[in-house]
Unconditional design. Structure first.
Length: 250
């Protein structure tokens, strides 16, 4: 378990704290990874916060990797789709959602995706995969998954954005490549980058809010905020409330 988490090293950064405009509140949620139970708790905390201290406008952002590893990826996506009908929400693409999309077109990607939690996702959609499928079985699983996706799920996966800017914040699943303008970032970096981003010690154009790399406790640094606390393994799903120039963990 120790090797699962990255050790945080504080970075000497001089950065201006972003400020959201009055009346706007943002809730950012880290990597869910199939833990519908924890996502439901997070949504409950958001609802209680809004009941006790209502905001004029509030946006909930999920930072990607909503599926895989945990037991109920299908339930997580269904819950997000249902809630988005009555709340302002933005679900973002993570590398695990990208794997699912790639698998629909290239069944052989399962060799790479499988060890990263794919089989739990396939099971959640009612499939019964062989843990060591042959090439023909991979092709059949790909077809079966496409057929098993409930209405709206394929559109959900296909239309997930890979980045989002909001005033002084920039949201991306994995992070950004230092030295590259935010509007020039590559999809691969936004979904996958680690060391070059995490080890950067200077300010960015905006404070980057991300997940992807699990840490024992959320990292609230001047230039980036990491909200991935390894929910599927730890039972801790982190949600941050951004309002004005405050960052509060629910």
């Amino acid at each position: 378990m120790v090797s699962f988490f990255r050790k945080s090293v504080p970075a000497p950064v001089v950065a201006r704290q972003p400020r959201l405009p009055a009346g706007l509140r943002v809730y950012a949620i880290g990597d869910v990874h199939g833990r519908l139970d924890l996502l439901d708790e997070a949504f409950g905390k958001i609802d209680r916060t809004e009941l006790e201290r209502p905001s004029e406008r509030n946006l909930t952002i999920l930072l990607g990797d909503m599926i895989d590893r945990g037991p109920d990826s299908q339930g997580v996506v269904s819950h997000i789709l249902t809630r988005s009908k009555r709340r302002w929400m933005l679900a973002m693409r993570g590398n695990h959602e990208q794997y699912l999309l790639d698998f629909l077109d290239d069944p052989d990607i399962l060799e790479e995706w499988g060890p990263l939690g794919a089989f739990n996702t396939l099971l959640s959609y009612g499939l019964k995969p062989n843990r060591a499928p042959t090439p023909e079985q991979r092709r059949q699983l790909s077809q079966d998954l496409r057929a098993a996706l409930p209405p709206g799920h394929l559109d959900f996966y296909q239309n997930l954005p890979i980045s989002f800017s909001c005033h002084g914040y920039f949201f991306a699943h994995a992070g950004i490549r230092p030295g590259v303008a935010l509007d020039q970032q590559s999809p691969e970096d936004l979904l996958w980058i680690r060391d070059e981003f995490l080890g950067h010690r200077g300010p960015f154009e905006r404070v980057v809010v991300h997940g992807h790399t699990p840490v024992v406790v959320p990292e609230l640094l001047p230039h980036r905020i990491n909200l991935d606390t390894g929910a599927y393994a730890t039972g801790r799903l982190t949600c941050a409330l951004l309002e004005g120039d405050d960052v509060v963990l629910l």
